[in-house]
Design a protein around this ligand. Structure first.
Ligand SMILES: [Zn+2]
Ligand SMILES: [Zn+2]
Length: 147
């Protein structure tokens, strides 16, 4: 399966493959717009990703228009529903996106975290403050792209 190794900028996008259910990744949710699954390297008690089925690279590709606003709202809705179902006792949720150059995969993905962070230091990857401030909360992004 050497040909399945994705090279940056070439080859198939891993998240596109997941969205088309052509991997063994178990989908927690799927509809015509988005799919959700567990982060392979979880940073918190529960850590899910919600991605659009259509390939959008990063938050920089989103614009102030109804289509994008509704997509991100829907992603957030799906993430909130899943965490409320699977981590009802977690008092703290966090939803947001990595901004370039801190995004790991170039297919837009909403991180949905039910805290606490595990291990605790992982919190630095999911804050908008400090030297690693490459994380934008979903609510803040929605304000930015609201038409
Ligand atoms: Zn993709
Ligand atoms: Zn990320």
């Amino acid at each position: 399966m050497a040909e399945a190794v994705a090279v940056a900028g070439a080859g198939p996008c891993v998240f596109c493959q997941i969205a088309r259910s052509s991997t063994s990744t178990q989908l927690l949710h799927s509809d015509e717009k988005v799919v959700a699954f567990q982060d392979i390297n979880p940073s918190a008690f529960k850590h899910y990703l919600v991605i659009p089925v259509e390939h959008i690279s990063t938050v920089k590709d989103l614009q102030r228009r109804m289509e994008d606003y509704q997509l991100v709202s829907h992603m957030l809705d799906v993430g909130q529903t899943l965490l409320r179902r699977d981590a009802p006792d977690s008092k703290q949720y966090r939803f947001g996106f990595h901004q370039p150059p801190l995004n790991s995969v170039n297919h837009l993905h909403l991180h949905c975290l039910a805290l606490p962070f595990k291990p605790g230091w992982k919190c630095i990857k999911y804050t908008s403050l400090g030297p690693f401030g490459g994380f934008i909360k979903a609510e803040k992004l929605l304000q930015k792209i609201k038409p």
